[in-house]
Design a protein around this ligand. Structure first.
Ligand code: ADP
Ligand code: MG
Length: 689
């Protein structure tokens, strides 16, 4: 029977991995040696010289060469930053957190001291911080308060090829800060753009013909295998492939599997663990590690731990050793990740890559002006990056779960998010930055004028902007921009203030801002639904979320309670933390945080006023819904408490497209509230007509 280093009955079994015994100094020496072994190390002096000399530079080097972890340290060690802070932006919070932890370790300091990070709802920096890893969204928010970015002497725009909406806007904002500082004679701002892969000419042209520095990388050959025929279920195919590799390949070589999101990854991880447990064959143990953005940082760090090659199981009874159960040798680690592992983080020991060929992406729906979260094909460039992950340390293999013909159909590179997403958040932020001529903003690739207009319309509907000679933020819009939330959620908070129910709406908004706190394991579906019954509300998912939060608070976040009620404790904790921060912003803005008690009608009304653009009405035959904004057919997601209820009018938090277009997180509303919320908006699309 297989041994699972990760699982086993909790509390009874204790695991020792023999590899992690290290004393402090020893680790530090080893780390310094590791730093010197990185491909970037020989270029250290050259890089420092070049960046010392240049205002703006572009740096390209293979993933894993050491760009993100080393360059900021080199610049700090040579004081290129002239004692000011070095900002390093990352498109993903996971990357910002794990990398800063690593760099703090390499610098031998506590995280939050010399090296820190800052992501939405979490700031781990101090006045001693000199290297600050942050999400691009955070730097953008900071720029609202300080458009010249005065506290930074160097801004490193990392993972530039990702072209997230925030990175793209940041490009323009940082460029502007640099030229304005020059004009005003303020300390110069250096810009360093880094990536593993990018359209060099395009980037260089945009950044005033900045020179490009190439790093030599190490890349071993990777053998690519294509699926012989198109696969209908990529998760299933990934798992089958994993066990094929596991059976025939020698252990101690790890596998990296690319899937698309938290739910899918957790369910795959569970299936893999179930299979390994039920297999009687004598296979080496598999250590399964999920990796996705919402994972708490201690779990994320687990993927970087060297795979235990020897595991010792010790049974404990009454905290006394009773039996050494088994010693197993030769483990294999499998990391089941989103595209975070494509370029942002490097994991050692990977020899096999399983590429599903898909990624979850936001896709803009120009009809409704809303984003849709959708699983889409990766680009050729992304597939190539994924393949490369197998050849970091030695020759490897990549299993592509699509045919070669399918691959030929992939687009060459990913379309920048700014050209395919809803721009309302960005336009709100640009306006808050004092940039009103958005159409002529210095974008690297301009979004379509239609999408800018659609965003301005949305903000106008929410009362955030007025159109005079130019577009201006209203006082409402200015307040909305103070919250790190998308405009509809920000607006809902402002409305809640008027209706004296901020206490409740803060909770709901926080719960909507984190990954789902509800767990429904496939194997215990009935049990989970039964446990949840006591929170269920006929008024919809928002009210249920509120009920769950109240119950959670009443038991002080008790772990057993979470298990019994199928509540994800860590997502719940994150939501609590988010709530605290939003609460702090409310206090700073003098918003009275009042409770409306059990008046759920008022709560629903606030949601309707904020989300009137996401409203749908039941069709005459009572089967499906029609969205009021786009007049498209939409359905209630099976996970919703309203799945079987079918109220006449609902608002939803988001649309997800799988087999159908599903509304997720729904709330029952009165159609009158919708027209009250935005009379002009509904003049044309009147509910009930
Ligand atoms: P690049 O930015 O060029 O892709 P990085 O600087 O991110 O490269 O990574 C350099 C090396 O540092 C990688 O090979 C990786 O093994 C190691 N590394 C990065 N983060 C961690 C971490 N959190 N724990 C252990 N090793 C890490
Ligand atoms: Mg990097």
């Amino acid at each position: 029977k297989m041994r699972m280093p990760d699982d086993g009955p909790p509390s009874k079994k204790f695991k020792y991995t023999l590899q992690h015994k290290n004393n402090g100094n020893h680790v530090s020496d080893k780390l310094q040696q590791e730093r010197r072994n990185l491909p970037i190390y020989p270029a250290r002096g050259k890089i420092i010289n070049q960046i010392q000399r240049l205002d703006t530079a572009i740096l390209i080097g293979e993933t894993g060469s050491g760009k993100t972890t080393q360059i900021p340290q080199y610049l700090l060690e040579a004081n290129v930053n002239k004692n000011a802070i070095i900002a390093v932006t990352q498109p993903r919070r996971v990357a910002a957190i794990t990398i800063s932890q690593r760099v703090a370790e390499e610098q031998g300091t506590e995280l939050g001291q010399k090296v820190g990070y800052c992501v939405r709802f979490e700031d781990v920096t101090s006045e001693n911080t000199k290297i600050k890893y942050m999400t691009d969204g955070m730097l953008l928010r900071e720029a609202i308060l300080d458009p010249l970015m005065k506290r930074y002497s160097i801004v490193i725009l990392d993972e530039a090829h990702e072209r997230t909406i925030h990175t793209d806007v940041l490009f323009g904002v940082v460029k502007q800060a640099q030229s304005r500082r020059k004009a005003k004679g303020i300390r110069p701002l250096k810009i360093l753009v880094m990536s593993a892969t990018m359209d060099v000419d395009h980037f260089s042209a945009y950044f005033n013909a900045a020179p490009v520095l190439y790093l030599e990388g190490r890349q071993y050959p990777v053998q690519v295998f294509y699926a012989p025929e198109p696969q209908s279920d990529y998760t299933f195919s990934s798992i089958v492939t994993l066990f094929q590799i596991h059976r025939v390949e020698p252990p101690n070589k790890d596998v990296l599997m690319f899937l698309t999101g938290q739910e899918e990854i957790e369910s795959a991880v569970k299936t893999i663990r179930d299979i390994t447990r039920s297999t009687e064959e004598n296979m080496a143990p598999l250590v399964v590690c999920p990796l996705y953005a919402a994972l708490p940082s201690h779990a994320q760090l687990k993927v970087f731990k060297p795979t235990p090659r020897v595991c010792l199981y010790i049974y404990l009874k009454d905290k006394k050793l009773t039996d050494i159960e088994a010693i197993t040798e030769g483990c294999r680690k499998v990391i089941v990740a989103t595209n975070i592992a494509e370029t942002s983080v490097t994991i050692q020991g990977i020899k096999f890559v399983i590429d599903s060929g898909v990624v979850k992406a936001k896709v803009f729906n120009p009809n409704s002006g809303l984003d849709l979260l959708k699983v889409v094909r990766v680009s050729k460039a992304q597939a190539l990056q994924r393949t490369g992950r197998a050849g970091r340390e030695s020759a490897g293999s990549c299993y592509r779960l699509y045919t070669e013909q399918e691959f030929e159909q992939f687009s060459d590179s990913t379309v920048p998010e700014i050209q395919r997403c809803n721009l309302s958040s960005v336009v709100l932020q640009l306006l808050a930055l004092g940039i009103s001529d958005i159409v002529n903003f210095d974008f690297m690739d301009k979004p379509s004028t239609e999408s800018i207009i659609a965003a301005v319309h949305q903000l106008h509907n929410l009362g955030a902007v007025v159109k005079e000679t130019s577009i201006k933020l209203t006082p409402v819009g200015r307040k909305m921009a103070a919250f790190p939330l998308e405009p509809r959620l920000g607006k809902t908070l402002l409305i809640a203030k008027e209706h004296n129910c901020l206490e409740e709406i803060l909770t709901i908004v926080s719960l909507l801002s984190v990954d789902s706190v509800i767990v429904t394991p496939q194997s215990k579906r009935e049990e989970a639904l039964a446990a949840r019954q006591k929170f269920v509300s006929s008024e919809g998912d928002h009210v249920m979320l509120l009920n769950i939060y109240k119950a959670y608070k009443a038991v002080k976040g008790n772990r057993e309670w979470c298990m019994e009620n199928f509540i994800n404790q860590r997502n719940m904790r994150t939501a609590t933390e988010v709530r605290k921060q939003l609460h702090d912003i409310c206090v700073r803005m003098d918003f009275p945080v009042k409770s409306c008690g059990n008046d759920s009608t008022t709560i629903r009304k606030c949601l309707a006023y904020g989300f009137f653009m996401n409203a749908a009405e039941l069709q005459k035959d009572g089967s499906e819904y029609t969205s009021l904004s786009s007049r498209k057919t939409v359905s209630i997601h099976p996970s919703s408490v309203l799945f079987r209820c079918k109220p006449a009018y609902v608002i939803y938090n988001e649309l997800v497209k799988t087999t159908k277009c599903y509304m997720r997180d729904l709330c029952v509303v009165d159609p009158d509230w919708l027209s009250e919320a935005a009379p002009a908006y509904f003049k044309k699309k009147k509910p009930g007509t």
